[in-house]
Each structure stands twice: as C-alpha cells, then as structure tokens.
Design a protein around this ligand. Structure first.
Ligand SMILES: Cc1cc2nc3c(=O)[nH]c(=O)nc-3n(C[C@H](O)[C@H](O)[C@H](O)COP(=O)(O)O)c2cc1C
Length: 210
C-alpha cells in the first residue's frame, strides 16, 4: 500500500508508530519555578549528537492546563533544565504509571512510588530506580508546523552536561553491560520490546575503528 498521511491510512489503527521501531523512551524529570517535580515518558525521543552529547524529545498538546502545554515542556522552558532517566524492564510499570494525565502540581515520581535523588548539576531530581541518568540543559525548542490541524508538537533539544551510570552496569572491559541493564523500547499501539543478552548482535562496520 501507499498512503499520503494527509488523506488517511485506511487501516483500523494508525500504523505510523509501528513503522519507526523500537524507539527509546525518554523518561523526563523536570521542575517548575516553584520546585514542583514532574515526571513523564516520551518515546518521540532520541540522541541526536555525540559531541557535545545532545538529546531531543517531542511533546504534543497538553490536555489539562489552559496553556495546552504538557507539564514537561512548560517546566523546561521555565527553568532550562531536565533529566532523562533510562527506562528498563524493572521500571516499566512505574514508567507507564507516570504517563497519567494529571494537573501540573501532581508529582508523578511520588505517584508511581519512585524515589527522587538529587542531581549534580541541575535542579530536577533523578529517579533512583533508574540505573542511568542524563542531566540536561535546554538548548532550544522547535515548534513543528501543524499542517493537518491535528496535535501540535514542540521538539525540545537538550545538551547532556552530566551522565550518571551505576557502576554495576560497567563491565571490566569498560563497556556497558546491556544485558544486565535490560532496557525497554516503545513499539506501535500499546506494544513494547526489551533488549536482552539474547537479542543483541554485533557487526563490524567497514573501515571503522573505535
Ligand atoms: C511509553 C510512552 C511514550 C510516550 N511518548 C510521548 C511522546 O513522545 N510525546 C508526547 O507528547 N506524549 C507521549 N506520551 C504521553 C505522555 O507521557 C503523557 O501525555 C504525560 O501525561 C505527559 O506528562 P507531562 O504533562 O507531565 O509532561 C507517552 C506515553 C507513554 C506511556
């Protein structure tokens, strides 16, 4: 089949999210100017540059507050900082719980039974239950043009200025123990995938030396 998204897909469900898989899940903690904590997952998320390390996530239309912004976006624009907490198999339920649509002063980290721990360089707390954290400074936001009259998205770019890795996830070789880390990724519909020791494979890149 071929379809132009502006004309519809004709399938029972929109296939788009199933065509870009798996997506890493940005689990974004932020605070507002008064220090209220917010936590939410974003699967329109990725690393986009190596040096300096840079990540992005894309926030759609907020349903609750008058400004129609999601709390993460509003907080990050206000304070210029956020943390990405890496999502793993062990935190999958809490991650999902933290996606609940709530008023801006609701702390989803507490709601999901998670433990806040201080960051080193930024104000938003880290999720203790996550073994890896990126402390980020806002670089810029980009409002995507809304050509279909649908949801309006704002992309948030952040420079990663500090990275925490729990030591037990670093192998004697100096590489990350990805099997032990057991990260999860987002697929289409309500589906997820997991990275395990069995699903990792290695290929040498032609002419490339690390
Ligand atoms: C796995 C997962 C991925 C999500 N990805 C996104 C996303 O990329 N962009 C988005 O706007 N909402 C996404 N959501 C929905 C947000 O998490 C949800 O709207 C949340 O309430 C936003 O919280 P906030 O207003 O506190 O920022 C996702 C939800 C889940 C469970």
């Amino acid at each position: 089949m071929f379809y132009e998204p502006k004309d519809g897909h004709g399938l029972s469900k929109n296939p788009f999210n199933s065509l870009v898989v798996p997506r890493p899940i940005g689990w974004i903690s932020s605070v507002d100017g008064a220090g209220n904590v917010n936590l939410a997952p974003y699967s329109f998320f990725n690393a986009v540059a190596y040096n300096p390390p840079t990540v992005m996530f894309s926030a759609g239309h907020g349903q609750v507050e008058d400004d129609s912004k999601k709390d993460s976006l509003r907080n990050i624009v206000e304070t210029g900082e956020f943390v990405h907490n890496v999502t793993t198999w062990d935190t999958r339920e809490a991650m999902n719980e933290s996606s609940a649509t709530t008023a801006k002063d609701v702390d989803e980290m507490a709601m999901a039974g998670l433990t806040p721990i201080p960051s080193t360089l930024v104000k938003p707390p880290r999720v203790k239950e996550a073994p890896i954290h990126f402390e980020c400074k806002l670089l810029q936001t980009v409002d995507l043009p809304n050509t279909s009259g649908g949801n309006t998205y704002t992309v948030v770019f952040g420079e990663v200025i500090g990275i925490h890795i729990e030591d037990e996830f670093i192998l004697p070789s100096g590489q990350i123990d990805i099997a032990k880390l057991h990260p999860i990724g987002r697929m289409g519909y309500q589906d997820y995938t997991e990275v395990t020791g069995e699903t990792v494979f290695t290929m040498d890149r032609p002419g490339f030396r690390e």
